[in-house]
Write a protein that binds this ligand. Structure first.
Ligand code: FUL
Length: 453
């Protein structure tokens, strides 16, 4: 089920001025916090949707499931973590509780939970052993909790659940707050206390980044199709998305594009599933995205200044499906091949500031190559500045336009028809004086038609 396929009925306390990082006050160009930088540099995380829906073959459970149906006989969280490492992911996020309210840890607060094991512990232990960061998703919308809709009581309940998750399992790198709510016009109306929730996470896990439509650290990209916006600013006006799940075209546009004048650093995360659904359904085993589709998503997420959160759901056995595991490894192999040889590596970049907001960079590649991909990177430690750029390739003194675009940020990847070039020139214009860009130049690689499924 897609999250925007319903009218959100839940309302929220405005989370407007909540918990900015110290550097984010008006008049100062926003920059990432250390945790936001680590989050971005991870580039790829895997999302694991797992719970009672895995056993009922549904996408949204109703909270009336018998907890005993959750019985993953072969569960091996190390297999999840190994597959993540093979994909080059550096973090994993598990649905500790989805909208059905079923908890993957033995919570003291509900009987709608696992009792004979602790899947969250198995997951966090596996992450530790494989050197991966662990993140947790705790659905605000809860179809099982009897206190849902009794706002103060549910806020207590939700904060107590969060406290269990954030105090029992060691460091948690990301906490994921979903904006979905399908209560409908006659449903229960819950007024979430977001400032309290965000404050609790900051207190219990100060290094964790918090994801939601409204941040505060990382924002949703505005769709579940693997597409970051173009342009895509990591800065935002916090008032543009007042609370997680806020509806409207203006909200979606703000999530997609950010805001070059924004007062907070709140980069976009692209969440998309390797399959049509978020949970595993045997009927979708033949509909796993191909390596070329996943590579395309890489270009439209990581290659558009975002982080990719790729969902790979465990089966009823508690294991990732062999097709998905193979696809992850093949994606990494394809990316490794595409970016194996950087023609600009170790070549000197001549950087000339040409005006208050403009600059030109030139790289002499020392030989004529067939180029098909350009990679541009700003040093985001200093913030994000480039608003548009043009890339030219030069041979024998003649310049040919290869590609042009808008924002760069952490990374911009462009593919174009292969062209013979001996040097590359990048002309940029920024919202503030652009700082030095890193430039990579690669061949076109394997074409979509020829690469393995
Ligand atoms: C949505 C949810 O409704 C889906 O089930 C899934 O968890 C996705 C990541 O977010 O809002």
């Amino acid at each position: 089920m897609q999250r925007r396929a319903f009218t959100a009925a839940a309302v929220s306390v405005l989370a407007k001025s909540v918990l900015r990082w110290p550097s984010q006050f008006p008049g100062v160009h926003p920059r990432p916090s250390p945790s936001q930088l680590t989050w971005q540099r991870d580039e790829l995380a895997l999302f694991l949707h797992f719970g009672v829906n895995t056993f009922t073959d549904r996408e949204w459970g109703d909270g009336r499931e018998d907890p005993a149906i959750f019985n993953p006989a072969g569960l091996d969280a190390r297999q999840w973590a190994r597959a993540a490492r093979a994909a080059g992911a550096r973090a994993l996020i598990l649905t500790a509780k989805h909208h059905d309210g079923f908890c993957l840890w033995p919570s003291r607060l509900t009987t709608h939970a696992v009792t004979h094991r602790d899947v969250v512990r198995e997951f966090t232990d596996a992450c530790k052993r494989e050197g991966l960061r662990a993140g947790l998703y705790l659905s605000p919308w809860d179809r099982n909790a009897s206190v849902y809709g009794d706002s103060p009581r549910y806020n207590d309940f939700y904060c107590d659940q969060l406290t269990e998750l954030l105090t029992r399992y060691g460091p948690i790198a990301e906490v994921w707050f979903d904006g979905a709510n399908g209560e409908g016009p006659n449903g229960r109306r819950q007024v979430y206390d977001w400032p309290r929730v965000f404050g609790l996470v900051r207190r219990l896990q100060p290094r964790a980044v918090m994801f939601s439509d409204a941040g505060p650290d990382v924002r949703w990209c505005g769709n579940e199709r693997g597409l970051a916006g173009d342009p895509n600013w990591s800065t935002m006006d916090p008032a543009a998305v007042p609370y997680p799940g806020a509806p409207g075209d203006a909200v979606i546009a703000a999530l997609q594009h950010g805001d070059p004048q924004g007062s907070v650093w709140r980069p976009a995360e692209v969440d998309v599933s390797i399959r049509p659904g978020w949970f595993h359904h045997p009927a979708e085993d033949e509909r796993v995205k191909t390596v070329d589709e996943l590579t395309e998503i890489w270009f439209t997420s990581v290659g558009r200044n975002s982080k990719l959160l790729l969902n790979v759901p465990p089966t009823r056995d508690g294991l990732l499906h062999p097709t998905d595991v193979a696809r992850l490894a093949a994606l990494r192999a394809q990316l490794t091949a595409l970016f194996a040889e950087d023609f600009a590596l170790n070549r000197r970049v001549r950087w000339r500031v040409t005006g208050p907001l403009t600059a030109v960079a030139e790289v002499d590649l020392a030989r004529t190559v067939s180029a098909g991909i350009v990679r541009l990177e700003e040093n985001i430690v200093q913030g994000q500045r480039v608003a548009r750029y043009v890339v030219h390739g030069g041979v024998d003194g003649a310049w040919q336009e290869l590609t042009r675009g808008t924002t760069v940020g952490y990374r911009k990847l462009d593919r174009f028809s292969p062209a013979s070039v001996r040097s590359v020139r990048v002309t940029v214009e920024g919202v503030a004086r652009p700082s030095f860009l890193r430039i990579g130049v690669y061949g076109a690689g394997v074409t979509a038609a020829r690469s393995p499924a």
